[in-house]
Design a protein around this ligand. Structure first.
Ligand SMILES: NC(=O)c1ccc[n+]([C@@H]2O[C@H](COP(=O)([O-])OP(=O)(O)OC[C@H]3O[C@@H](n4cnc5c(N)ncnc54)[C@H](OP(=O)(O)O)[C@@H]3O)[C@@H](O)[C@H]2O)c1
Ligand SMILES: [Zn+2]
Ligand SMILES: [Zn+2]
Length: 390
């Protein structure tokens, strides 16, 4: 393992200066913007309700996508329920999008109608800061544009709306090619859960001989197990759910530890090189630091809404342990991850749900009752013309 592996160079061709983009949305008529059927929240306590959303007509660099599946991430729950602060409602979540290209703008030559494509957590960034130029758009110094709930810097400051919808329009630079060998529903969670776990594993250059710990066996956690195994690592899973012990082994885990079993936690002392912590709620990290070897690292990926118990500096100091965070991945790295998954036959274990099951899916996910990712079948959203509010 060699921490700090550089990410692949950005995929995008040389970019025009922002000021060269003179398309006026209001003037873009043929073939015109389209209305999409969607599900979203209108308030933190509204639950998800049927909505419609106007998607812009594709500009020169845009790709319009007929969405087929969208994964349901715990971040969607945090965001729509206002757990990370009050968003602009209505809010249509969804950032694990897979679908087929339906229309492209005149300058798009790397996507054609019919292509299987994906969109993850970001749909734009400033394109000129050091992070963007290094292929680290997720760390854009001027703020990445999230797939939902962000100010759309190139679209009259509208709020972006996500993938629980029948279509979306995204600049080609932020659209991924999904290999045809991957099942589209099972590939959708790769766009967030996959890349979010792949990126720190690759940053740490995990390979055969390394021991990876995965804390929390949900959407992100089960992808971390599969990806770390595909990279050749030995994997230990830490779970709070007794019911997931056998399932974790089925996923490929070499060892499964019930995190409330103190004896089992002690037995794992100094056995792990890197931990991927995916827990969505506040929890004590100190017992996990004790399972790391000298120069080990713990990447915290979960972003709980409540305060975490304090980290004991002594636990870090005594073994030169790094306590780190990591945010999704850049566009080129996301493409690399999709190609890696095609090569190694890695996809998510999914439970496909209808739109009218989304609220129940949220509650079940919060209760830890999903193996391992709900995915919305967007054909169940209906059409905008069927909507009273269309
Ligand atoms: N850093 C990033 O870029 C990024 C990207 C996507 C998501 N996230 C964040 O990562 C976290 C996990 O997302 P996810 O979609 O994988 O969630 P998830 O499917 O709900 O999985 C979270 C897992 O955490 C464990 N857990 C233990 N105690 C829990 C508790 N009190 N409440 C909830 N979960 C508990 C559970 O695993 P066991 O049953 O095995 O204990 C659960 O399955 C969320 O906070 C999400 O917002 C971060
Ligand atoms: Zn997500
Ligand atoms: Zn930037």
């Amino acid at each position: 393992m060699t921490p700090g592996r550089p990410v692949p160079p950005p995929l995008a061709k040389p970019l025009p200066d922002l000021t060269e983009d003179t398309t006026d949305y209001a003037e873009t008529t043929a073939p015109g913007p389209r209305l999409a059927a969607a599900y979203g929240s209108t308030a933190s306590d509204s639950g998800l309700v049927p909505l419609t959303v106007a998607r812009r007509a594709p500009k020169d660099d845009d790709v319009e996508i007929a969405i087929e599946f969208c994964g349901v991430c715990h971040s969607d729950v945090h965001a729509t329920r206002g757990e990370w602060g009050n968003p602009n409602y209505p809010l249509i979540p969804g950032h694990e999008i897979v679908g087929r290209v339906s229309r492209v703008g005149s300058a798009v030559d790397d996507f054609t109608p019919g292509d299987l494509v994906g969109v993850g957590c970001l749909v734009d960034s400033c394109r000129e800061c050091d992070s963007c130029l290094d292929g680290l758009e997720q760390y854009c110094e001027n703020g990445m544009t999230g797939t939902y709930g962000s100010k759309d810097r190139r679209n009259g400051d509208a709020t972006t709306q996500g993938g629980y919808a029948t279509s979306v329009v995204v600049d080609r630079r932020y659209v991924l090619h999904v290999p045809e060998s991957l099942d589209p529903a099972a590939a959708a969670p790769l766009l967030c859960a996959g890349i979010t776990t792949y990126s720190p594993l690759r940053h740490f250059d995990v390979e055969e001989g390394d021991v990876v710990g995965v804390v929390g066996l949900g959407g992100l956690g089960h992808m971390a197990v599969k990806l770390a195994k595909a990279m050749g690592a030995e994997v230990k899973v830490f779970t709070t759910s007794e019911s997931k012990i056998a399932a974790a082994r089925d996923l490929g885990a070499d060892d499964v530890i019930l995190s409330r079993d103190e004896a089992a936690m002690r037995a794992a002392n100094r056995s792990i090189d890197v931990i991927i912590d995916t827990v969505a709620a506040p929890h004590d990290l100190n017992p996990y630091f004790r399972t790391l070897r000298v120069d080990g690292a713990l990447f915290q990926l979960g972003l709980p809404s409540g305060d975490m118990p304090p980290v004991n500096p002594g636990a870090l100091i005594r073994r030169r342990i790094a306590y780190a965070g990591s945010l999704i991945g850049g566009i080129a790295e996301t493409q690399e991850m999709l190609d890696f998954c095609a090569e190694h036959g890695v996809t998510s274990d999914v439970e496909v749900v209808r739109a009218d099951q989304l609220n129940e899916a949220y509650d079940r996910m919060v209760a830890g009752d999903v193996k391992y990712r709900f995915v919305l079948d967007t054909s169940t959203l209906g059409t905008p013309s069927e909507r009273a509010d269309a």
